[in-house]
Design a protein around this ligand. Structure first.
Ligand SMILES: [Zn+2]
Length: 134
């Protein structure tokens, strides 16, 4: 599988992407309001504080919503269809846009427990975070 990559990581997103090469999924935790956040950003989406630190997500999540792509939405997905594009809710709370893999797309359901699995590390040194049924 050679899916589109994230491109050049910014100073804000680089810690997240570098951790993916080690099989780690980092979220941010606010030092002011203590809420978790994803995707990487310079200020807390809940209170606006810049006191964001990194922590490892445990990898457990549930399917919040999903769609089955029966035609490729990008040439690099040709041959993968049908595939599942989903938003999962991490155990820590934040939502992540991802793919559900290692199952029949018709077996995916809202509320389904899933776990983190990484795609291969690409030439850029980063891996894509995917989820599979537990
Ligand atoms: Zn905050």
């Amino acid at each position: 599988m050679s899916h589109p990559r994230p491109g050049r990581a910014s100073v804000v997103t680089r810690p997240f992407w570098e951790a993916t090469a080690e099989g780690r999924f980092l979220i941010q935790r606010c030092g002011a309001c203590h809420k978790a956040a994803f995707y990487p950003r310079p200020a807390c989406p809940h209170c606006g504080s810049a006191e964001l630190g990194w922590e490892d997500a445990c990898g457990a999540a549930t399917v919040h919503t999903f769609s089955i792509a029966r035609r490729p939405t990008h040439p690099k997905f040709t041959g993968d269809e049908p595939y599942v594009v989903a938003i999962v809710e991490l155990a820590e709370g934040p939502h992540v846009t991802t793919n559900i893999v290692e199952c029949d797309p018709d077996d995916v359901w809202i509320g389904m427990p899933v776990e983190l699995v990484f795609d291969e590390v690409g030439d850029d040194g980063y891996a894509l975070a995917l989820f599979r049924p537990t």
